[in-house]
Design a protein around this ligand. Structure first.
Ligand SMILES: [Zn+2]
Ligand SMILES: [Zn+2]
Length: 141
């Protein structure tokens, strides 16, 4: 019976508790990691870095909004976001009424490709920016 024995016994109890806490902690970290893996889209390092925000505009009610990477994948299931695919408008609820906007290389403003609004057949010959009036197709790097 010495203070040393008592502290040793106490230390063992403490060690068991710590093992239990460590196991629970490890399980929690594993669960969080699995959820994160499931939620975060897999990134391909060969793909050019995508913007973090995507601007959208509804052609029916003019509602504009921007979606982040996670929001965009909700609109474009199984594929990369494209400015040519119509999406449903979250404001007026019309199906396929909204488009992701492109950025004009001349004036850097966002716009919807005009030929999408005109129901043209075939490839567009020109793509005039509604902000600056320049043909985006004529822009070269
Ligand atoms: Zn709308
Ligand atoms: Zn422009």
């Amino acid at each position: 019976m010495t203070p040393l024995d008592l502290s040793t016994a106490g230390g063992r109890r403490g060690a068991k508790q710590w093992v239990a806490i460590a196991l629970i902690g490890a399980a929690l970290i594993l669960a969080v990691a699995l959820i994160a893996l499931y939620l975060v889209p897999r990134e391909d390092p060969t793909v050019v870095k995508l913007p973090t925000e995507y601007p959208f505009r509804c052609t029916q009610c003019s509602h504009e909004w921007s979606a982040d990477q996670a929001g965009v994948t909700r609109y474009f299931r199984g594929g990369l976001p494209t400015t040519l695919s119509p999406v449903d408008c979250p404001s007026c609820g019309r199906k396929g009424a909204a488009y992701m906007m492109a950025r004009c290389p001349w004036c850097q403003k966002h716009y919807i490709h005009p030929h999408l609004l005109k129901a043209q057949a075939g490839r567009p010959k020109e793509d005039i920016c509604p902000h600056c009036g320049k043909d985006v197709l004529k822009w070269r790097r």
